[in-house]
Design a protein around this ligand. Structure first.
Ligand SMILES: Cc1cc2nc3c(=O)[nH]c(=O)nc-3n(C[C@H](O)[C@H](O)[C@H](O)COP(=O)(O)O)c2cc1C
Length: 242
């Protein structure tokens, strides 16, 4: 194992979900900033970046959000809370951003790639992310995919439900980058989905279509902050070599 891998291994192994933080510490807020800068470099589906990160730092806001995290100890004792939000309503902006990159004359991208990506962002992405109130478009897409798929491999995940999964997959990858980065910086985290997403959305004045992906508490672990030993399936139970 090289030195970088050894450091990474240590970070991964030392990360635990911390349920109680030391409330007396003077924590370094820049750790969260740097970790978010790394999180937004995470791989994400079609580079759409349909995410937003709300830093909850004031005592008043922390108290409120902790309450909406059902007053879980990890939230009430955290130095900071981070609300990670999926933004399916920001598809148009993301397409525009990607098209501007495709059309940038100074980029090193080859012309034939550019053409393919131009079509991808101007035709495929709007179709994939199109809204579908009555599931009708999803059914049509599913049928087309089924027929085309009889002859050749094709992406099957085309419904409005699949779209949600696609977005949340990417957002969760950013969450993981964030948590590992915070650990590497010497602090701790705990992801939470046991939260009242409706109340959090209202408090943050988020639009109806925004979705809370998770809330992450950040702080320095307190004595007794880990509630149980870490246990995972054995390697051979979950890893299959074909
Ligand atoms: C999506 C997600 C949601 C979670 N929600 C909560 C939660 O609401 N409260 C909590 O205490 N832990 C929560 N956890 C933490 C898990 O319980 C924890 O990761 C798991 O038990 C493994 O422990 P470890 O992270 O210490 O390895 C969540 C983890 C994930 C990935």
């Amino acid at each position: 194992m090289n030195q970088e891998a050894e450091i990474f291994d240590k970070v991964v192994r030392e990360r635990r979900s911390i349920r109680r933080y030391d409330e007396t510490i003077d924590y370094d807020k820049d750790v969260v900033k740097r970790s978010l800068e790394r999180a937004i470099l995470s791989p994400n589906s079609s580079n759409m970046q349909l995410w937003e990160f709300y830093r909850i730092t004031s005592d008043e806001a922390k108290k409120k959000i902790a309450y909406y995290c059902l007053d879980q100890r990890t939230a009430t004792t955290a130095s900071e809370l981070l609300v990670i939000v999926a933004r399916p309503d920001k598809v148009k902006e993301s397409i525009k951003l990607n098209l501007s990159l495709v059309n940038d004359p100074n980029s090193f991208e080859k012309e034939d790639f550019r053409e393919k990506r131009r079509t991808y962002y101007s035709k495929v992405m709007p179709l994939f992310y199109s809204r579908d109130f009555l599931f009708i478009l999803s059914l049509i897409k599913k049928l087309v995919v089924f027929v085309v798929g009889l002859k050749r491999p094709i992406v099957r995940e085309v419904t409005v439900i699949n779209k949600k999964v696609t977005i949340h997959k990417s957002v969760a990858l950013a969450a993981q980058t964030f948590m590992l980065s915070v650990k590497a910086e010497g602090y701790d985290t705990c992801p939470m989905e046991g939260v009242d997403s409706k109340r959090i959305k209202k408090y943050l004045k988020l639009p109806r279509r925004a979705e809370i992906n998770m809330v992450i508490s950040v702080g320095q672990r307190a004595e007794g902050g880990i509630w149980y030993p870490q246990k995972r399936y054995e390697y051979d139970e979950v890893v299959k070599e074909i």
